[in-house]
Ligand binder design. Structure first.
Ligand code: ATP
Length: 140
């Protein structure tokens, strides 16, 4: 591996989404966004629903990640996500429909006692994360 680089692996139960030599990674940790550069102190943390980005030279790439864990080492970042998508994997129309569905549910919640607010809020977060990533590539 080239000096000053990090290996980034993003793996889901279904596939290895990213395996690349990168310069920098920024990820949505449960306690806030964190950055990892080469020679980073080893670190393990849970991931939030959100946008992970990584830089290779002057190019920045975005991935929507939904839950899971990040293991950061001095020369490697491993992301084990429940679900992860790059911009080109995302169906923006589907994400817009999911966002609107979640918003509608949340706005009508008072009418239904059985309504699960946390579930709708999580669906909304997933849709927003996907739309953010899709828009980075001009997809939506
Ligand atoms: P939806 O309500 O549209 O199914 P969701 O947030 O409930 O969205 P998830 O349960 O997070 O969907 O994901 C289920 C599977 O569908 C995963 O494999 C995920 O990658 C895929 N997926 C979900 N939304 C999209 C999308 N907008 N574009 C591409 N793949 C998606």
């Amino acid at each position: 591996m080239a000096e000053g680089k990090l290996v980034l692996e993003i793996v889901t139960p279904e596939r290895r989404l990213v395996s690349a030599e990168v310069d920098e990674v920024t990820a949505p940790g449960l306690w806030g966004e964190f950055g990892a550069l080469p020679e980073h102190t080893p670190y393990l943390c849970q991931l939030e629903v959100g946008v992970l980005s990584y830089r290779v030279g002057s190019g920045r790439y975005f991935v929507s990640v939904i839950g899971g864990y990040a293991e950061v080492g001095p020369d490697k970042v491993t992301i084990l996500a429940e679900t992860a998508e790059r911009a080109e994997d995302i169906d923006a129309e589907r994400a817009v429909a999911a966002r609107e569905r979640a918003r509608e549910r949340m706005s009508g919640q008072a009418l239904d006692e059985a309504f699960d607010f946390d579930r709708a809020e999580l669906a909304l977060k997933r849709a927003i994360s996907r739309l953010q990533v899709a828009s980075q590539s001009g997809v939506s």
